[in-house]
Design a protein around this ligand. Structure first.
Ligand SMILES: [Zn+2]
Length: 629
């Protein structure tokens, strides 16, 4: 393998340049990056790893006259560069993520044969039922243009997604392994139309057995994707539904925050005298493509820096869950499934050596803990550490930060420990608590501890600790929700309210980070994003360390480690280009382990251990609290 030869840098550069020239002569211009031998590590450089992302937008059941493609395309971003979102709330830049995506959009209108087959399939799998609660509420509106009449078809969302994905590959030439696809659907104009909603009913809560997808009218949906691959559909002729708020055509402010909420109505409301001017359809679909598809599902920005949670080269990733019982009638440990949490993370990020620890304090919680929980939940304003932060919301963080060593044992010096504090109690002792939140350090947007809440009332809403723990750890390790995010082109960070209310659509997807409670796994969008963050992050950390390693007088002693690191980096880069992001993250981590071991051998500091901050407290930054829904 000639790439292992220690060629001088000028020779490698010359060879690299020659390869590019030859490749450009031989292949189509857009393909050249796939064929050039990866460079691997670049000592001392922060590399921006670029990728061209094909985004297919398929209109199923729309006339060409319905959608003005130029207007639709006008709002779409050309590129996306992820940022670490939380530090930005403090006015800080966060680590350079080293990623840039260039979008290549393709729009397709399906033909009559495709539509006959697709809507025939939907009709064949639809289970008839009464209109949903929210369809009935829609019928009761003063300004709805028509009523939803039964029987309504209840259609399995993942099955519809799979049909589209297969047909897209076979009949539209879409390669779902190397692209993302949105299907916009309109059944309404056809004679075989029936009112319908989408469901997913196979995933009850693992602790309570409560089946949100089956039992809750609010989980009857208009969109779905991510159960089978890089495909998401949004059916404008389904619903109306609760989640996206489009059942309410009378009230401008549907969430009561004093702001008009921009929603995407069902297709028949795009009408003269309807909720929306028909001319707005093209730009509305552009908004959904940009602010839901691209920004929240396909190429997202992390809430926290995933590399903060990186174990050292020989360290484990530990999830330590410390449970407190605030009443005697139930045992917190009965409402958490550690095996499920562990299995999910071992599947999601198999390149870490995981350790999951449960410490259930069966004895009544200490007075200090009870007091901190009462303050955090708004039941007490007793003076405590929160005073320095200007808000009682900080009490959980500051109390458990001060008393951390009283509860959590020491782990290995190279382990990364994600600590979850869980409280099992009645709301009368906990106050106005959410399901949980992954807090930051109140100084610079670095993740700190996870807090989660359960008890008799919360369980009667359907929630145990397990899914909250997986979701909040998902934030702690970096992931954002599929309903809030960052728009790279404008620099705007948004949540699903006001002008961006329609971003709730992103929750109708297979993601552990959704609020919709019908799928408890990290889906392909979560995986693609996390793996790309870690791929670019670990390679750039390796680039940084390698510069110091190569400048060290004893560098010969670590020659084999450096060669192994370089080889893993090339494997990672090759896999990244082939959209095999798991392999890319795995080998980027291995490259980091090799180069960090070399650095440690030489006594060079590694970036994993350089995170302490002395920035002043800032209590004015927005918090990401996950409510009980
Ligand atoms: Zn959340």
């Amino acid at each position: 393998m000639n790439r292992l030869l220690p060629l001088p840098r000028w020779a490698r550069l010359a060879a690299f340049t020659l390869l590019i020239v030859v490749a450009c002569l031989l292949v189509a211009p857009t393909g050249y990056a796939q064929d050039v031998e990866p460079e691997g590590l670049v000592p001392g450089k922060t590399v921006t790893y670029q990728q061209t992302i094909p985004v297919n937008v398929v209109f199923v059941g729309f006339d060409r006259a319905d959608v003005d493609v130029a207007t639709f395309r006008a709002g779409l971003p050309a590129t996306y560069e992820p940022i670490v979102r939380y530090p930005a709330f403090y006015g800080l830049e966060g680590r350079d993520m080293g990623l840039r995506f260039n979008f290549d959009y393709r729009t397709v209108f399906t033909d009559a044969a495709f539509e006959d087959d697709f809507f025939g399939y939907l009709a064949s799998i639809a289970t008839p039922g009464d209109p949903t609660l929210f369809q009935q509420l829609y019928n009761g509106m003063a300004s709805n243009v028509r009523d939803v009449t039964g029987p309504v078809g209840y259609i399995d969302g993942p099955s519809a997604e799979q049909w589209l994905m297969t047909a897209g590959r076979q009949r539209l030439g879409i390669n779902p392994d190397r692209s993302y696809t949105i299907y916009y659907i309109n059944w309404y104009d056809r004679p075989d139309f029936q009112f319908h909603v989408y469901t997913k009913t196979d995933s009850p809560d693992p602790d309570t057995g409560y089946n949100f997808g089956l039992l809750r009218p609010s989980r009857k949906m208009v969109a779905w994707g991510g159960s089978h691959g890089r495909t998401w559909f949004y059916d404008l002729s389904a619903g109306p539904d609760s989640w996206t708020g489009n059942y309410d055509v009378d009230n401008a402010d549907v969430d009561g925050d004093g702001e008009a909420d921009y929603r995407i109505p069902v297709i028949w409301e795009y009408a003269a005298g309807g909720y929306r001017d028909p001319a707005a359809l093209s730009s509305d679909l552009g908004l959904v493509t940009r602010y839901v598809g691209v920004n929240l599902l396909f190429t997202t920005s992390p809430l926290y820096d995933p590399l903060v949670a990186a174990p050292g080269p020989d360290g484990q990733r530990v999830a330590h869950i410390e449970l407190f019982n605030l009443h005697r009638l139930s045992n917190a440990a009965d409402w958490i499934d550690m095996d499920m949490i562990q299995a999910e993370y071992e599947s999601f990020q198999p390149y870490y050596d995981w350790q999951f620890v449960l410490d259930n304090n069966r004895r009544p919680a200490p007075v200090g803990v009870r007091q901190a929980v009462r303050i955090g939940g708004g039941l007490s304003e007793r003076e405590d550490c929160w005073v320095d932060y200007g808000t009682t919301d900080a009490e959980y963080y500051c109390f458990f930060d001060e008393h951390y060593a009283d509860f959590v044992p020491e782990y290995g010096p190279h382990d990364y420990v994600a600590t979850v504090f869980g409280f099992n109690g009645a709301l009368s002792n906990m106050g106005n608590v959410p399901l949980g939140f992954a807090d930051d350090n109140w100084r610079d947007g670095t993740q700190s501890y996870v807090f989660m809440f359960d008890g008799p009332e919360i369980r009667s809403s359907g929630y145990g600790f397990t899914t909250t723990a997986i979701h909040e750890l998902g934030h702690h390790f970096g992931l954002s929700h599929p309903h809030d995010g960052y728009d790279s082109t404008s620099g705007v960070d948004y949540d699903p309210s006001g002008d961006f209310y329609f971003a709730w659509l992103g929750d109708e997807a297979h993601s552990m980070m959704s609020y919709i409670d019908v799928a408890w796994e990290f889906g392909p969008f979560d995986r693609d994003n996390m793996y790309r963050y870690e791929f670019a992050g670990y390679l750039n950390w390796s680039n940084e360390m390698l510069d110091d390693v190569l400048a060290h007088p004893d560098r010969a002693a670590v020659r084999d480690l450096v060669a192994a690191g370089r080889e893993h980096a090339r494997t990672a880069e090759r896999a990244f280009r082939q959209w095999d992001y798991l392999t890319a993250a795995t080998h980027a981590r291995l490259a980091y382990e090799a180069i960090a071991t070399a650095a440690q051998t030489l006594g060079i500091a590694t970036p994993a251990f350089a995170t302490e901050t002395l920035a002043p407290i800032n209590g004015t930054v927005p918090r990401f609290i996950d409510p009980i829904r």
